[in-house]
Write a protein that binds this ligand. Structure first.
Ligand code: HEC
Length: 137
């Protein structure tokens, strides 16, 4: 049974790698932003209901996403977006630290800062194509 699981996991990993290699950088970017939106929703909802452990795990995911964002924009040579990614990463980290200590007021401030980074970068670098769908500008 264990062997089967190992094989299944292996095959999935290979498939995912092939898929990731096939997707363009823009597609990967959009997929990363979709995940960002999802984790942000999870963060907000759990912040409201005071579920700190879930707040922490969502903020940790966001921290790692914005680490990738920082790399992406640095490589592209877009300084302001790289800076905004870094700020977003720091705010996500601040949420983790504050929530671990039970400092919800501090976490709320960091959450507000994080939201400001989303908005600032979207205004500067997100172009709407049709409806809600967009691309990098
Ligand atoms: C450093 C720049 C930057 C930051 C910071 C940023 N975004 Fe984005 N985001 C973009 C760009 C560029 C797009 C357009 C890309 C696309 O749609 O292909 C986008 C698109 C999106 C989308 C739409 C994805 C789709 O389905 O087309 C969502 C949702 C999103 N961002 C959520 C967030 C949230 C939530 C935050 C903050 C926690 C955030 N973003 C922070 C640059 C950023």
């Amino acid at each position: 049974m264990k062997k089967i699981i190992v094989i299944v996991v292996f095959v999935f990993t290979v498939m995912l790698t092939v898929f990731a290699a096939g997707a363009t950088e823009e597609e990967q970017y959009q997929e990363r932003m979709k995940r960002t939106g999802g984790y942000m929703r999870m963060l907000r909802e759990n912040f409201k209901t005071n579920n700190r452990s879930k707040v922490i795990s969502a903020a940790q995911e966001l921290e790692s996403i914005f680490k990738q964002e920082h790399k992406f924009w640095t490589k592209r040579g877009t300084a302001d977006a790289a800076k905004l990614s870094q700020e977003a990463r720091e705010s996500a980290k601040a949420i983790v630290v504050a929530s671990r200590k039970g400092e919800d007021d501090q976490a709320a401030v960091a959450l507000k800062n994080l939201t400001n980074s989303c908005t600032a970068c979207h205004l500067a670098h997100r172009e709407f194509t049709s409806g809600c769908s967009g691309r990098i500008k």
